[in-house]
Design a protein around this ligand. Structure first.
Ligand code: MN
Length: 275
C-alpha cells in the first residue's frame, strides 16, 4: 500500500495510491495522523473519492514528526570507494519539522549559501512507539519507507565540526511522495538520483552498513521513537561536493530521487525571493 498527503480545496487529506488512480479518504488530514491512530489497516480498504494520481498536489507527508533523525556515511560501496573504514557506529544528526518540504514543491536556494547540494536517501517511517527495541520490535515498528533529498548547504555544513547548520534550513528537505509499506519494496531495489535528467547517484538500498532494523534499534536505545518519526538512512556516492569539479544546485535545477518500489521524489529549485 502507498499513502500520500495531498492538498485539497479545504486543506490537506489522505490519499491511497494505486498506480495511476488515487482514492482520497476522509477522516485524516495527513499520513502522520494515520500513523498516530494506528490506522494503516483501516485505510487499506477504506473507500473515498477516486481521482487520477497525476492530478494530485502533494503536501508534507508527515507535517510534524516528533523526531527526524539522519544518518551520515552508510553505503558500504561508497565508503569503500572513498577508502574509509566501515563505521562501527552510525553518524547521527537531526532535523526539525520546519526543515521538511513536500514532493513537487519548488524549493528555495537561500542567498546565504553558494554550495547547495543533493543527497538522495531512503527514509524509514516509524509506525509504533518503541524504546530499546529488540530486533522483532524494531522490524514491527517500521510502518514503511519513503524518499528524501537531504539538501545540504555545504559551506555552512563544514564551517564547524558539527554538520547541523548546513542541514537545517527551513523547507530544504523534501520527503515523499508516498509512504510505501514494507511489502512494496522488492528484494532488488536501487536508489537513483538524477539532476536535470542526468543520473548522478545510484546505490543498492540493501547495501547499508546500518540497515533500517539496526537503525531503529540503535536510535531507540537513546530516545523514544513515535509514530510518524523519520529516519533518513544516508546517501550513496555521487554528491556534487565530492565531484571534480564540484557541482551545486542552481536556479532552475530539477532533482529526482527514485527508489524501486516507492516511486520518485521530484523538486525544482529557484533563488529564494526575500521580498
Ligand atoms: Mn544525508
Amino acid at each position: 500500500m502507498k499513502l500520500a498527503t495531498v492538498i485539497t480545496a479545504t486543506g490537506t487529506a489522505l490519499a491511497r495510491i494505486d498506480g495511476d488512480r488515487a482514492t482520497v479518504i476522509d477522516g485524516y488530514e495527513d499520513v502522520g495522523q494515520v500513523l498516530v491512530a494506528g490506522a494503516l489497516e483501516v485505510v487499506s480498504d477504506a473507500s473515498g473519492r477516486e481521482v487520477a494520481t497525476d492530478s494530485l498536489t502533494y503536501a508534507d507527508l508527515v507535517p510534524s514528526p516528533s523526531k527526524v533523525v539522519c544518518v551520515g556515511l552508510n553505503y558500504r560501496a561508497h565508503i569503500l570507494e572513498m577508502k574509509r573504514d566501515l563505521p562501527d557506529h552510525p553518524v547521527l544528526f537531526a532535523k526539525f519539522a520546519d526543515t521538511l518540504a513536500a514532493a513537487g514543491e519548488t524549493l528555495a536556494l537561500p542567498p546565504e549559501s553558494d554550495s547547495i547540494d543533493w543527497e538522495g536517501e531512503l527514509v524509514v517511517v516509524i509506525g509504533r512507539t518503541v524504546r530499546r527495541a529488540d530486533e522483532d520490535e524494531a522490524r514491527a515498528a517500521i510502518a514503511g519507507y519513503t524518499i528524501a533529498n537531504d539538501v545540504s548547504m555545504r559551506d555552512w555544513q563544514f564551517r564547524t565540526r558539527e554538520w547541523l547548520q548546513g542541514k537545517l534550513w527551513d523547507r530544504s528537505t523534501p520527503i515523499g511522495p508516498v509512504l510505501a509499506t514494507p511489502d512494496e519494496i522488492p528484494d532488488d531495489a536501487y536508489l537513483t538520483t538524477s539532476l536535470d535528467g542526468e543520473v548522478v547517484q545510484r546505490g543498492d538500498i540493501h547495501d547499508l552498513v546500518h540497515d533500517p532494523v539496526h537503525l531503529v534499534r540503535y536510535v531507540s536505545t537513546i530516545t523514544t521513537l513515535r509514530p510518524g518519526d523519520l529516519i533518513l538512512t544516508g546517501t550513496p556516492g555521487g554528491v556534487g561536493h565530492a565531484r571534480d569539479p564540484q557541482r551545486y544546485l542552481t536556479p532552475g535545477s530539477t532533482v529526482t530521487v527514485t527508489i524501486d518500489g516507492i516511486g520518485s521524489l521530484t523538486n525544482t529549485f529557484q533563488a529564494e525571493d526575500l521580498g
